[in-house]
Design a protein around this ligand. Sequence first.
Ligand code: ADP
Ligand code: MG
Length: 273
Amino acid sequence: NSASRRTSAPRVLAIANQKGGVGKTTTAINLATALAAVGEKVLLIDLDPQGNASTGLGIRAADRGVTTYEVLSGDYRLEAAVTETDIPGLVLAPAGVDLAGAEIELIDADRRHFRLADAIEEFAASEKGAPITYVLIDCPPSLSLLTVNALAAAQAVIIPLQCEFFALEGLSQIVRTIETVRTRINPDLELQGVVLTMHDRRNNLTNQVEDDVRGHFGDKVYRTVIPRNVRISEAPSHGKPALLYDLKCPGSQAYIQLASEVIQRERTRPKAA
Ligand code: ADP
Ligand code: MG
């Protein structure tokens, strides 16, 4: 029944920001890896047609079978897309370029906002999906139907933010979108937190933007900041999360710390009645 299923349902976190290049995919991969490393059972869903999360986990385009496009279009169940990765406890639903067409193809489709939510719910109730404790969704750089599907499926959003000029404007745009989705399609949706990425303490603008963002968003901003670190940018070309490529580098250590903050917030979250 639905009550007992809900207690075992995974936490679904969308990693979203309409801006490209802010660290969504890097955060999705490394947070997923860090959660798996502490014993969580994690499914990472690649919802970006660029498929960077899939490549970054070593799943090359040629090796991808069923992808998230075929799940959204209703041709396959999520279970069929889920593949193992080299990381114990972390499985992946890969994306392919065809996902870019989903937007137009679903324009008049039934339950078009809920395709992913429905697929995750069905998966979570399956034998393969039941052990999963966290689902992370790597969103594309837009506020399109794909991102709306992620926000409709998620209970909470993590926003990676690069401390640059106009960062606050971009942040208020995604926050407004979260609010619209909460009002219209997913009343449970909350903002888990904002993570500052590619942070450079020696840069005045970075520090100024950090102060502004913390001033506006207070505790919603994680204490952990992800430093700009060349080891992080090297890792994807080796098909590995930074955590496997160089566990000791400052970037990997920051993601481990972020994971513990994320878990902490999950534990202290007020429980719904
Ligand atoms: P998004 O998914 O938001 O487009 P990515 O995670 O792909 O952003 O990051 C954009 C680029 O920046 C990638 O080349 C990535 O390797 C690099 N990058 C991300 N985070 C860091 C970091 N902390 N230090 C250095 N490079 C980073
Ligand atoms: Mg990305």
